[in-house]
Design a protein around this ligand. Structure first.
Ligand code: KPL
Length: 329
């Protein structure tokens, strides 16, 4: 592979950054590669942890990590390792796997994970955050909620199609962590990506999972784009029923004030992302396991806890869980 120096001339402060310990990244999908590339562009070391040598071969064949942004393609050299090749303590870790793979991915590098490591989860879904807190209680956990649109055109070729922003906050929320949050942002690709901090990440996570609950399963079931949820009358009827069930759940759980009317939220997002194929639709069409248990499943568990009947939520959950999965996908 080419040397990093030939790709990116470094500034003095960049050299200092490169001397700092690397961010390790679990999950070499669109978001993991986008962040690896953006970190490298900002001269912050990034090491992608991949499952096996096959991924390293694919990376080498591609000649590195290619990022297309604003109609320009840059080639970058991230480091790639498999879990068994890691020979240093990991003090900074980004998890960009699918929600359901979080614990398994963390377990693969747990021997190297520093007790007080900073972990940043860049994922959809709800439930995995609490699981990480319970299994790795002495780490510093942060969550990022992103509206960046990125996809993998082919292995290690990433298209950053829609520049969004990422809001990052401590999980569980903590008072007066201003300095830590600001320091974290300085250590992240804040010149390449639009990053913000929040002291109240939990309502934002809830809102995001609510959006995904309303949009993703229905678009995946009907194999339609987000905007079709409003345009197709039969599908819109289901969206209304789903939203009514979700409102009952958020009211009973005391979250309604934080998230508001589900139908309004769904209409707003389906309009703004009308042409998108939701991530769950993409997973279904590619034969990948979906994140349903951490999206709609989260609301079904909340409904059960609060004794609310949610027939449509339950039916959709069962239906999506049964889709065939190709483990090679
Ligand atoms: O986050 C999304 C997803 O597809 O997972 C939305 C916001 C629904 C956009 O497609």
């Amino acid at each position: 592979i080419f040397s990093k120096q030939s790709i990116m001339p470094r500034s003095r402060s960049a050299k200092q950054n490169l001397a700092a310990s690397a961010w390790y990244i679990l999950g070499a999908g669109a978001i993991g590669c986008l962040w690896a590339a953006s970190l490298q562009q900002q001269n912050i070391r990034a090491t992608l942890v991949v499952r096996d040598e096959k991924s390293i071969d694919l990376y080498n064949t591609n000649g590195g990590l290619s990022l297309n942004r604003d109609q320009q393609t840059v080639m970058l050299a991230a480091e790639l390792v498999t879990p068994t090749q890691i020979d240093q303590p990991i003090s900074r870790l980004i998890v960009a796997t699918k929600a359901q793979h979080t614990l398994e991915a963390l377990a693969s590098i747990a021997d190297n994970l520093a007790d007080d490591a900073t972990i940043l989860l860049l994922q959809n879904g709800m439930g995995q955050q609490q699981a990480v807190v319970e299994q790795y209680p002495s780490t510093q956990l942060y969550c990022g909620i992103s509206t960046d649109g990125a996809y993998v055109a082919s292995p290690f070729n990433i298209i950053h199609a829609g520049a969004g922003n990422t809001v990052i906050g401590r999980f569980p929320e903590q008072l007066s962590n201003d300095r830590q949050l600001t320091a974290l942002l300085d250590d992240l690709p804040n010149q390449q990506l639009s990053l913000e901090t929040s002291h109240h990440i939990e309502p934002l996570l809830l809102k995001k999972v609510l959006i995904n609950t309303l949009i993703n399963p229905l678009t995946a079931v009907h194999q339609c784009r987000n905007g079709d949820l409003l345009a197709l009358p039969d599908v819109y009827l289901q969206l209304q029923q789903l939203a009514a069930e979700v409102d009952q759940v958020t009211r009973a759980a005391g979250h309604y004030h934080a998230v508001g009317s589900a139908l309004e939220l769904a209409r707003e997002v389906a309009t703004a992302t009308a042409n998108n194929r939701s991530s769950m639709l993409q997973d279904r069409q590619a034969g990948r396991r979906t994140e349903i248990d951490y999206i709609l499943g989260y609301f079904c568990r909340l409904a059960e806890k609060n004794n609310i009947a949610t027939p449509l939520c339950d039916a959709l959950l069962n239906m999506v869980r049964q889709w065939p999965v190709n483990d090679q996908a």
